[in-house]
Design a binder for this molecule. Structure first.
Ligand SMILES: Nc1ncnc2c1ncn2[C@@H]1O[C@H](COP(=O)(O)OP(=O)(O)O)[C@@H](O)[C@H]1O
Ligand SMILES: [Mg+2]
Length: 223
């Protein structure tokens, strides 16, 4: 099983969007997917409730209410987290993950805030799960906004205090496709390909990195 935690201390940056699209992607590929919602707002569970019955099933777990038990034959555990997760709650989440994806809004303020959070995340990671892999994804990117603000280079150079890279995987454009997918319990991968081609292309590196990371984790030693 691979487990992915979608995490950022900030609300509204795209955690639920990344989690639900990943869940829909792997379900549409025939994988057994558990979508675990740690956020009492339950947005991932609302998304699942809207999912049409004729689409590949995803098992939802409202963790804040029911706790987390994962069936043994699960292929992908996708964990959606609440904003402002710190301290013990953060440690509990990171402990369960083999990869952490951190969505960021492409503004200098958001990226600076994320940088502080990365310090905290790194301290937790060392305590509970030195092998976990981390990466960022810029979300709701408007044409040229990353390049124009010089944010892309800044993101490329993210490092943990140990010097380990914190890869920047992709910028996802701001697109109505994410909004209509969210309303209908779908992922963008379940729309007609012509409509979502630019979005799918932006996901390729994310999907590849996540598939690699389980194997890489086995080789990686904690620092
Ligand atoms: N790339 C995107 N393009 C357009 N709208 C987006 C995109 N990503 C997220 N949104 C919208 O922004 C809002 C906040 O995103 P959400 O994933 O719920 O953030 P979080 O879970 O971090 O609070 C939602 O209404 C969502 O549909
Ligand atoms: Mg959310």
């Amino acid at each position: 099983m691979r487990s992915v935690l979608v995490l950022n201390a900030k609300g509204g940056c795209g955690k639920t969007t990344l989690a639900t699209n990943l869940a829909g992607y792997h379900a549409s590929k025939g994988k057994r997917v558990v979508l675990a919602d740690f956020d009492p707002q339950g947005c991932s569970m609302d998304w699942l409730a809207a999912r049409p019955a004729d689409r590949p099933g995803i098992e939802g777990v409202a963790v804040w209410r029911d706790g987390l038990r994962v069936p043994r034959d699960t292929d992908w555990l996708i964990m959606d987290s609440p904003a402002a997760t710190h301290g013990r709650a953060l440690a509990d989440l990171v402990r369960r993950a083999d990869s952490v994806l951190m969505p960021l809004l492409p503004s200098p303020i958001d990226i600076r805030a994320a940088n502080h959070f990365i310090g905290e995340l790194n301290a937790v990671r060392k305590l509970v799960n030195g092998g976990v892999r981390l990466a960022t994804v810029a979300n709701r990117v408007r044409e040229q906004s990353l390049a124009a603000a010089g944010l892309e280079e800044y993101l490329q150079e993210f490092r943990l205090p140990s010097g380990k890279p914190f890869p920047f995987l992709a910028g996802l454009r701001a697109s109505q496709n994410y909004i209509s997918a969210a309303e209908r319990g779908l992922s963008i991968f379940e729309f007609a390909p012509a409509r979502t081609l630019p979005d799918r292309e932006q996901w390729l590196r994310i999907l590849r990195w996540l598939s690699r990371s389980a194997r890489a984790n086995m080789r990686q030693k904690p620092d």
